[in-house]
Design a protein around this ligand. Sequence first.
Ligand code: HEM
Length: 173
Amino acid sequence: MRRTLVAVHIVSAVGLIGADLALLALGVRGAAGAPPAEVYPAMSLIAGSLMLPLGLVALSTGLVLVRVTGVRLSTGWVAAKLAITTALAVALVLLIVPGLAAAAEAATGAGAAQPERSLAYAIAPAASATLLTSNVLLATFKPRRLSGILRSRRRSEPRLPSLEDAQQRGAAR
Ligand code: HEM
């Protein structure tokens, strides 16, 4: 159960970083003067259909992992990850997804003209990629004391018999 959760958590978190980097590549093209119709509809699709669901999965599996592993929400690295991920999710829902949807509609002639924000749409994914990378670093280099607690929990989990166990049993007979 716990390993499955960690796997889903990592896949969604890494997918989120990948989607964010795609957004950054498109945002840089937009800021460099590419035609808006080539950039903003794709950015809008990536933000709304990939980043938003992946972010929600990373956030919810992270919270379930907090329960399953017994780590406290107040522990430094957990609280920092929660704050970063929640802030990014709020920015996505309130600013990025609606802003890019309006920019996409304006670019394809389906909506009203929008204020020029091409630089902001390049800077925002660069900032979120930095924050998401910090989340990976926080998860990987967590404080030693906490890693010790998690390791001792892992050791106490039931383990499937290995080939060595079977060989030792054979030798004992
Ligand atoms: C999108 C943001 C996030 C990223 C990129 C991320 C990344 C990761 C990675 C790479 C791991 C695996 C680390 C390892 O096995 O050593 C992990 C595990 C974990 N994450 Fe996240 N995470 C994110 C959000 C969250 C949130 C919001 C929480 C909870 C508040 C959270 C809590 C945890 C916990 C409890 C583990 C398990 C630690 C363990 O078993 O050693 N994560 N995360």
